[in-house]
Design a protein around this ligand. Structure first.
Ligand code: SF4
Length: 658
C-alpha cells in the first residue's frame, strides 16, 4: 500500500536529520528529531504546538523542515505559503540568509524538493525607502555643503539598499524623511519603476513558499483581516512563530490604544500646513490645557499611573473632544484623507477616556525630561482581556501554528504561556519541552555568593554589590557579563567598579549595540548590561565565562499588572500564578547567555539573596534552570572550576586585577 503523505513526511524527516544533515557535519540530536515530528503532527492535525526547545537544539531547522515537508504533501490548490514570525531582525537575517539557503540547496541536491525554496521578507512601509522622497532628501542635504558630506554618503548608500534596517548610520530623522509614506502620492511619476513597488509586486505575486515577518507585522495583518481591510500578508496556510515568548508583549503593544501628546502636536502642525491656522491654534490650546491638567509635581518619580481623572482632567479631555469634530465638520471637504482619519481616530480615543468601561485598563504615561522631571506624555487604554484578543486575531482562524522558543515553559509547566497566549481553552494545543543537548552538569557552576539581604535597597547596597562583583571578576579572571534589571543601579555599580578595577569595564545601555560589539572584540573585558542583553545576544567561547545576575528579573509593577492582580483572591496566588513564572522565563533567557556551544563553560553567579539556599525563591530558581548543575556558595570555587575547563591562555595576565 502507498504510504500516506503523513507517513512520507515523517520518513523524510528521519532521513534529513539522521543522514542528510549529518553528512553536512551536523550532529544527530534526538531532541531535534522529536521536535520536528511533533511539529509535523501538529501541522497535519491543524493543531497548535507549543515547543520549548533548550539552547543549541536546532529548533529553527526542526520547524523549517517540518513546514517544507508538510507543504509538499498538501494538494496543489492548498499550497499557500507559510508565515514565519520572529521578534528580532537578527533571527530574520539568519533564517533568510543562512538557514533557508543552506536547507534549500541541501534538500534540492538530495532530491527531496524539486526547486529552490522561495522566500520574501515582509515588513511595514516605514522600513523601506521611497525613491522619490530619497531623491528629494539627497538634494536637500547636498545643498548644505561639506558639513553634511557624511550624512549624504549614508543617504547615497540607500540607493543600493531598499531595506532601511540594513543601512548603517541612518539618522532617525532621515529615516522618517525617506521611508515609504503611508499613502503614495497619487500621480507619483516613479510609481511603475520605484523599488518599493517592484518589491511589493514580487511579494504579492511571485511563487513564494515562506513569508518572513516580525510579530508586529503578523498581528497587524491579523487586525486588518479582522476589520475586513486589505491583508498585509499573502493568504497563508500555517504560522510558525519563533521567539514566541515575545508574542504576549507584542500583542499588548498592538492592542493598546494611545492618545499621545506628540501625535496631537503633529496633527496641529499638519492642520497649520493645510492653512487651517485657526483650527491649529485652537488644537494647540487644547493640548496645552491637557498637558497642564495631567502635570505632576517636580519630585514625582513614577513613569505611569492608573487613569483616575480629576475634574480638570475630564474638562480638558471634553474640550479636546468638543474641538475636534468641529474642525472635522467645518473643513471636511478640504482636508486630506489621512488628516480626516487622524481626527476621527483622536475623537474615538478621547471618548474612550471619558467613558468608564471595564473592558479596558487605562493609564497615564509620563516621559522623563532632560532635567529628570516627569512630563505628561500619553493616555493608554489596554484591553483587559489581552489573551482573548490574540485568540480572536490568530488562533480562531483555524490555521495550524507552531510556537517555538527556549523559554515557553516555566519550571516545566506551560500554564503561564498558555494563559498569556489565549490558549487555555478552545483550540487543541500540544506541548513539548526538549532539554538542551549541552552538558550543563559538567560545563556550568551555579554560585549563590553569601549576600547580606539588607543590601537590596540600602543606599550603600550598590557599592557593596560592586565590591562583591570585584571578587567574582577576579576569581573568573575577567570574561564577565553582569546582567542588571535596573539601569540606575547599573550606572552606580559601573561608577564604583571602574575606579577599582584595572580591566575594561563597559556598560551597555538601551540600544547600545556598539558597546556589545566592542565587548566581543576585546580579548578580556567586563560588560554590564540591562534589558536587551538578557536575550538574543550570543557570547560564544570564553568571552563570557562568568555570568552574574544581580537581581532576580521579576516583572516591574505597572497599572496593567495591578489591574490583573484584582482577578486573584490574594496576593500569594497572583505571585505564584503570574509573577514567579514570568521571573523564571526571564531568568532562563538571561541564563541562556552563559553557554552557547557544546564546548563553552561558564560559572553563573546569582547575587539576589532571595535566590540563595534558604531564600524564598531558591527552589523556583533551581526549577527554572537545567537539571544537575553543581551548586556552591563559595566564590573561591569559581577559579578551580575554570582551571579545569579553560586552556592555559585563558589565565594569561592580560590585566592587573588589584
Ligand atoms: S510610488 Fe510611493 S514609494 Fe514609490 S516612489 Fe512614489 S511615493 Fe515613493
Amino acid at each position: 500500500m502507498e504510504p500516506t503523505g503523513y507517513e512520507t513526511a515523517h520518513r523524510q524527516a528521519e532521513c534529513i536529520f539522521r543522514q542528510i544533515l549529518p553528512s553536512c557535519g551536523m550532529a544527530v540530536r534526538e531532541g531535534q528529531i522529536q521536535l520536528c515530528h511533533t511539529m509535523l503532527d501538529a501541522l497535519f492535525a491543524r493543531d497548535i504546538a507549543l515547543c520549548d526547545a533548550g539552547v543549541g537544539l536546532g529548533k529553527t531547522y526542526a520547524y523549517l523542515v517540518a513546514a517544507i515537508l508538510w507543504m509538499q504533501q498538501r494538494a496543489l490548490p492548498l499550497r499557500q505559503p507559510v508565515v514565519i514570525s520572529t521578534a528580532s531582525i537578527a533571527l530574520q537575517d539568519a533564517i533568510l540568509n543562512e538557514y533557508i539557503p543552506f536547507l534549500s540547496e541541501t534538500l534540492l541536491r538530495n532530491g527531496l524538493i524539486g526547486s529552490p525554496i522561495q522566500t520574501v521578507l515582509r515588513k511595514g512601509k516605514g522600513r523601506f525607502a521611497c525613491d522619490l522622497r530619497l531623491l528629494q532628501r539627497q538634494r536637500e542635504v547636498a545643498q548644505r555643503g561639506e558639513k553634511f558630506a557624511r550624512r549624504l554618503r549614508v543617504l547615497q548608500n540607500v540607493d543600493a539598499c531598499l531595506d532601511l534596517d540594513r543601512v548603517q548610520g541612518l539618522t532617525g530623522y532621515d529615516r522618517r524623511r525617506i521611508c515609504v509614506p503611508e499613502r503614495c502620492e497619487k500621480g507619483c511619476a516613479a510609481r511603475n519603476r520605484c523599488r518599493y513597488r517592484r518589491y511589493l509586486r514580487k511579494a504579492e505575486h511571485d511563487p513564494i513558499q515562506i513569508q518572513v515577518c516580525n510579530h508586529n507585522y503578523l498581528l497587524a495583518d491579523a487586525i486588518h483581516r479582522q476589520n475586513g481591510w486589505k491583508p498585509l500578508l499573502r493568504d497563508y496556510s500555517a504560522i510558525l512563530i519563533d521567539e514566541a515568548h515575545k508574542l504576549p508583549e507584542v500583542n499588548q503593544q498592538m492592542q493598546t490604544r494611545s492618545l499621545r501628546v506628540a501625535d496631537l502636536q503633529d496633527l496641529a502642525n499638519r492642520l497649520a500646513r493645510e492653512n487651517l491656522v485657526h483650527g491649529a491654534q485652537q488644537l494647540k490650546r487644547a493640548i496645552h490645557l491637557l498637558v497642564a491638567a495631567f502635570a505632576v509635581g517636580p519630585t514625582e518619580r513614577t513613569d505611569c499611573a492608573p487613569f483616575d481623572p480629576q475634574e480638570k482632567q475630564t474638562a480638558a479631555l471634553k474640550q479636546l473632544l468638543h474641538l475636534l469634530p468641529a474642525s472635522f465638520q467645518q473643513h471636511c471637504g478640504k482636508l486630506a484623507t489621512s488628516i480626516r482619519q487622524e481626527i476621527q481616530r483622536t475623537v474615538q480615543l478621547t471618548q474612550r477616556f471619558l467613558v468608564q468601561d471595564a473592558q479596558w485598563i487605562r493609564y497615564v504615561e509620563y516621559a522623563v525630561g532632560p532635567d529628570t522631571t516627569r512630563r505628561f506624555a500619553a493616555l493608554h487604554a489596554v484591553p483587559a482581556d489581552l489573551p482573548s484578543c490574540l485568540d480572536a486575531a490568530l488562533w480562531s482562524q483555524g490555521k495550524p501554528a507552531i510556537l517555538a522558543s527556549g523559554t515557553l515553559a516555566a519550571g516545566g509547566d506551560f500554564s503561564n504561556t498558555r494563559r498569556l497566549l489565549g490558549l487555555e481553552h478552545g483550540v487543541p494545543v500540544r506541548t513539548l519541552q526538549v532539554a538542551s543537548p549541552f552538558d550543563y552538569a559538567h560545563n556550568c557552576l551555579l554560585v549563590f555568593p553569601k549576600t547580606n539581604s539588607r543590601w537590596k535597597c540600602a543606599a550603600s547596597g550598590n557599592r557593596k554589590i560592586a565590591s562583591q562583583l570585584c571578587n567574582l571578576i577576579k576569581a573568573a579572571h575577567g570574561h564577565t557579563l553582569v546582567l542588571f534589571t535596573s539601569y540606575e543601579q547599573m550606572g552606580e555599580v559601573y561608577e564604583s567598579l571602574k575606579e577599582t578595577m584595572d580591566i575594561p569595564i563597559l556598560q551597555a545601555r538601551r540600544g547600545s549595540q556598539t558597546v556589545v560589539e566592542q565587548f566581543k572584540r576585546c580579548n578580556n573585558a567586563v560588560l554590564l548590561a540591562g534589558g536587551p542583553c538578557w536575550e538574543g545576544v550570543d557570547f560564544p567561547g570564553d568571552m563570557v565565562s562568568l555570568l552574574v545576575i544581580v537581581r532576580l528579573p521579576f516583572p516591574v509593577p505597572d497599572p496593567v499588572r495591578e489591574a490583573h492582580r484584582q482577578n486573584y483572591p490574594d496576593l500569594h496566588s497572583y505571585i505564584q500564578t503570574e509573577i514567579v513564572p514570568e521571573m523564571q522565563q526571564k531568568l532562563r533567557q538571561g541564563f541562556g547567555r552563559a553557554i552557547r556551544t557544546e564546548t563553552d563553560s561558564c560559572a553563573v553567579a546569582i547575587l539576589d539573596p532571595r535566590a540563595a539556599p534558604g531564600g524564598r525563591y531558591h527552589q523556583a530558581v533551581l526549577n527554572a534552570l537545567p537539571d544537575g548543575i553543581p551548586v556552591t556558595t563559595k566564590i573561591e570555587d569559581i577559579e578551580p572550576f575554570l582551571r579545569a575547563h579553560k586552556s592555559p591562555d585563558y589565565f594569561l595576565p592580560n590585566f592587573d586585577f588589584n
